[in-house]
Design a protein around this ligand. Structure first.
Ligand code: NAP
Length: 329
């Protein structure tokens, strides 16, 4: 373990993490961001927005902005003010005594586990996409099953083919709309008869001639072969119990997210869904003094890039106040 004790360590590199870094760096706290080592979807520097094609609702970008570009810009802004950025993935934390200890690895570089000591920690690890949990989903991973249209939609296996998207929220309609650019047809399979997506996005999907809603239905099985990959899905109508096969060369799960907080279990109060519990309502304080949280890992309600950025800002200001109150300069 390095003998230096960092003033602020930020775990995570989505809008919450980068905004916390910008604020902490501008307050001369020289923060360290443990940004992820890119060895998996929940370990990617930049987080979920790295898979979002068009962000139209982040204020300041009249024409919208590509998610990746937004994240790269935030990272550059954080670096400009002196943030130290490490491509490390955090495996565990020890918040039982102060200074807190954070254990992290850079598997890409084959590095051993490193321990960083910190006076304050900001948790901004976001959330990861859920899958249906079918065994056949695993079997056809990278063979037609995906949870990310923006990453995989343009692959040759999906071009001019019928595809299935599962879900009824903004993610589902966004994925279906995006895939309609490549696919011959997109079946939007939803377990109810109404979308929960925002009206604008839902209308865009439902008026798209290539998108066919399949209401009150659940995917029971993904069909295919090892050579061909996915060839279809078996769906069950939840009202009539009738089953049907939809021919498709791909199935995209868009059914929500789980917070990336497993490494915090036993160290910090989490709710029954794994979200970090924030104290004092609107602030960023957690159950451990000097540990703050922001963004999707602590927010199951709004889950927007802009709310995550705002929460990251609060966490940095709360960390700064904590350090000042404790005479740590
Ligand atoms: P979500 O709003 O929680 O929607 C998840 C959808 O999946 C719901 O329709 C749900 O059905 C369905 N679902 C959940 N578990 C299922 C299962 N096991 N089998 C079948 N269906 C299942 O999640 P989201 O769409 O990922 O959106 C999350 C947040 O991000 C939202 O606040 C959203 O507004 C935001 N978002 C915004 C944008 C944008 O503005 N560009 C894009 C994406 C997401 P029920 O409806 O029956 O519950």
């Amino acid at each position: 373990m390095s003998s230096a004790i960092e003033k602020v360590v930020i775990i995570g590199s989505g809008p919450a993490g980068w905004t916390a870094a910008i604020y902490a760096a501008r307050a001369n706290l020289s923060p360290v961001v443990l940004a992820g080592d890119n060895l998996g979807r929940d370990r990617v520097k930049g987080g979920q927005l790295m898979w979002t094609s068009e962000v139209e609702n982040f204020p300041g970008f009249v024409k919208g902005i590509d998610g990746k570009e937004l994240m790269h810009t935030m990272e550059q802004q954080a670096a400009l003010f002196g943030t130290r950025i490490r491509s490390h993935f955090v495996t565990k934390v020890d918040f039982s005594s102060h200074p807190y200890r954070i254990f992290h690895v850079d598997d890409m570089a084959g590095e051993e586990e490193t321990v960083t000591a910190a006076h304050t920690v900001i948790i901004a690890t976001g959330a990861a996409a859920n899958y249906l949990g079918l065994p056949s989903e695993r079997k056809f991973e990278n063979l037609g099953v995906s949870a990310c249209a923006v990453c995989d939609g343009a692959l040759p296996r999906f071009r001019d083919q019928p595809l299935v998207v599962v879900g009824g929220g903004d993610s589902a309609v966004e994925e279906a709309t995006y895939l309609s650019k490549f696919a011959s047809r997109v079946h939007l399979v939803h377990r109810r008869d109404a979308l929960r997506a925002s009206k604008v996005m839902a209308n865009r999907a439902l008026t798209n001639p290539k998108i066919v809603p399949v209401w009150n239905s659940a995917v029971e099985e993904i069909l295919g072969t090892e050579e061909k990959g996915v060839t279809g899905v078996r769906v069950k109508n939840l009202q009539t119990h009738h089953t049907d096969v939809i021919e498709a060369s791909g199935m995209f799960a868009a059914i929500g997210h789980t917070p990336n907080t497993k490494f915090l279990e036993g160290q910090l109060e989490l709710n029954d869904k794994g979200y970090v519990v924030l104290k004092d309502g609107f602030r960023s304080l957690t159950s451990v003094e000097g540990v703050f949280a922001g963004g999707d890992c602590a927010d199951s309600t709004y889950r927007q890039a802009i709310t995550a950025a705002g929460m990251g800002c609060k966490a940095a200001i709360d960390a700064e106040r904590y350090l000042a109150e404790h005479g740590i300069h």
